[in-house]
Ligand binder design. Structure first.
Ligand SMILES: *[C@@H]1O[C@H](CO)[C@@H](O)[C@H](O)[C@H]1NC(C)=O
Ligand SMILES: *[C@@H]1O[C@H](CO)[C@@H](O)[C@H](O)[C@H]1NC(C)=O
Length: 285
């Protein structure tokens, strides 16, 4: 009996049992790892001893760099984490970090992420003045495509996921990022982009109508405007109906959780304890 207890204590000490999986956190645009500290502390309060990797690159203005550049760099960080934790980790991406983080998985065929939590992220792109003015005060959504859908405009992450429902031809022609990671356009990587998503044990999409920045807010659930500015429900969207990146497969196998919360502004998702406690913590095993 004594020996058994000792073994148990040893195992607990080594974290072999009862320990929570490490969490990789990817910050949003124009901020950095610091902005995610509240979430880190809350996770470690409720799940003591959780190892958290709070991605600290591409903070501030460098968060506006080309999306592929950020994704391929972050990929090297995730590879280092997965090498340490082949048993698997969980990942949380906030705002732009949820879109870029998702693309990191898609560029990593044998990634170790089990649960991916997308916290108010523009998964289907962004089209709206409120968001635009945070970064480019003199642009208006209606004409921003003229800048973003150009060689120069594609140097910025925002240009890479700007999705103008009235200029979808130019979106397909110029955007080098979103149409590809969403498999709207076929590429040599399309199969991988889908299979890597289906590796997930769970995909959690969190957003809400009072977000105020992600536009439409349903982009956090992979829904977007059509030409008549109506938001097409996820289950009627091509990305879902045609299972372009495995969302339908994830849903049909009970692995897709689509969550809405009212009354949460964009800057509060990662700082609001009732959100963290009710829709993030329960997914961290
Ligand atoms: C896409 O695939 C090609 C080869 O098939 C590879 O060289 C390239 O790095 C891939 N790009 C991404 C973003 O995964
Ligand atoms: C846009 O979506 C709405 C709602 O799903 C639908 O009623 C409308 O016909 C769609 N418009 C176009 C041009 O597809």
């Amino acid at each position: 009996m004594l020996r058994f207890v000792c073994w148990l204590t040893l195992l607990l000490k080594l974290g072999l049992i009862c320990a929570y999986r490490p969490v990789f956190i990817y910050h949003g645009i124009l901020t950095g790892a610091d902005s995610m500290q509240h979430l880190v502390k809350r996770i470690q309060l409720l799940h003591p001893d959780t190892v958290v990797y709070n991605f600290d690159r591409f903070g501030g203005w460098s968060s506006l760099e080309n999306a592929w550049h950020q994704v391929l760099e972050a990929n090297t960080n995730l590879q280092a984490v997965c090498a340490l934790h082949p048993e698997g980790i969980n990942m949380i991406g906030y705002s732009q970090g949820g879109l870029l983080g998702r693309a990191v998985l898609q560029t990593y065929p044998d990634h170790c992420v089990r649960t991916f939590i997308s916290l108010s992220s523009p998964q289907a792109g962004q089209f709206g003045d409120d968001f635009l003015h945070l970064i480019f005060p003199s642009l208006v959504a209606k004409t921003a495509y003229q800048l973003f859908y150009s060689y120069v405009g594609q140097h910025t992450s925002v240009g890479n996921y700007w999705n103008d429902p009235h200029h979808q031809d130019l979106f397909d022609q110029f955007s080098i990022f979103l149409p590809y990671v969403n498999n709207r356009l076929y590429s040599a990587n399309s199969t991988q982009f889908r299979e890597t998503m289906m590796r997930l044990r769970r995909l959690v999409l969190i957003g809400g109508p009072d977000d105020g920045v992600i536009t439409p807010w349903q982009s956090s659930h992979f829904s977007f405007y059509n030409e008549t500015n109506d938001v097409v429900p996820l289950q009627e969207s091509p990305i879902y109906k045609e299972d372009l990146i495995g969302l339908k497969t994830l849903h049909d196998s009970g692995r897709l959780d689509v969550i809405s919360r009212e009354g949460v502004h964009h800057y509060q998702w990662h700082r609001t304890d009732h959100v963290i406690d009710s829709v993030i913590i329960p997914y961290l095993d």
